[in-house]
Structure formats: structure tokens, C-alpha cells
Design a protein around this ligand. Structure first.
Ligand code: HEC
Length: 114
């Protein structure tokens, strides 16, 4: 397990866990979360484009928005990150362990208060 990373000492525990989460957030064996979610605390518009609606032959405005992730519950976070995201237009599917998910969640929860 990863317990060797987490020292007994409170301070080190926080820093190590935080840094481990930061590392995973940027490099989760896939596209870094930061590439889309930035620091995870706000709604980000990734793209805006127009698409032709073939039914009425009119142009529709499409906007791709990335939600903030520091306000979701761990339950929801875990659900999204263990889901098969092939149905999402944007968000990739990840294969992270429970420990990794906890560390990323911990990081996101704490990054904006540091
Ligand atoms: C390529 C862009 C992209 C990357 C990379 C990405 N996401 Fe997302 N994420 C999205 C988009 C867009 C959504 C909105 C729902 C959807 O389209 O699936 C989303 C939704 C979420 C949600 C659900 C939020 C809610 O309120 O329902 C969570 C949690 C999340 N992402 C966490 C992460 C984490 C953690 C990582 C890295 C392991 C990550 N995302 C990587 C684009 C991305």
C-alpha cells in the first residue's frame, strides 16, 4: 500500500498527502485533470462553437463547460472517476485506485485554501 508515503508526523502527513495528490492531479496516468479543470474551483468554458441543426437548418451555439470539482462530495467524485466516461464528450475514463482517488480529492479540497 501507500502508507510508506505518509509519515506519522502531522505536518509531514499533510504535506506528503497534499503533494502526492498534486502529482496525481497533474499526472493521473492519462490527461492531467488540471488541463481541463485548472485549479478545480470554478466553471471553465473550454470551447464554444456553432453547429448546424439539420432539423431546422439553423446554427446552434454549443458551449463546452467544465464544472468546478472542489464542491462535489467524495461519493460523487468517486462515481465520476470510476465511471466509464465514453459517453462524455470530453472527460476521459481513468483507472485510479481508491487511495489515489482519496489523495486527489484531498488535494482538490485543500488547494484553494492554501
Ligand atoms: C479533457 C478535459 C477533462 C479532463 C482531463 C478531466 N476532466 Fe473532469 N470533467 C470534464 C468535463 C467536461 C466534465 C463535465 C461532465 C462531462 O462532460 O463528463 C467533468 C466532470 C468532472 C467531475 C464531475 C463534477 C460534477 O459536478 O458532476 C469530476 C468530479 C471531475 N470531472 C474530476 C476530474 C478529475 C479528478 C480529473 C483527473 C483525474 C478530471 N476530471 C479530468 C473535463 C475533464
Amino acid at each position: 500500500m501507500l502508507s510508506f508515503l505518509f509519515s506519522e508526523e502531522e505536518d509531514n502527513l499533510f504535506i506528503t498527502k497534499f503533494e502526492y495528490g498534486a502529482m496525481l492531479y497533474k499526472n493521473p496516468r492519462g490527461i492531467g485533470c488540471n488541463k481541463c479543470h485548472e485549479s478545480g474551483n470554478k466553471t471553465i468554458q473550454l470551447a464554444k462553437y456553432q453547429k448546424l441543426n439539420k432539423k431546422n437548418n439553423k446554427l446552434e451555439n454549443i458551449s463546452i463547460v467544465v464544472p468546478p470539482i472542489n464542491i462535489v462530495t467524495f461519493k460523487k467524485f468517486k462515481k465520476k472517476l470510476t465511471a466509464d466516461n465514453r459517453d462524455s464528450l470530453i472527460m476521459p475514463t481513468y483507472f485510479l485506485t481508491q487511495d489515489e482517488l482519496k489523495s486527489i480529492y484531498f488535494y482538490i479540497k485543500n488547494i484553494n485554501t492554501k
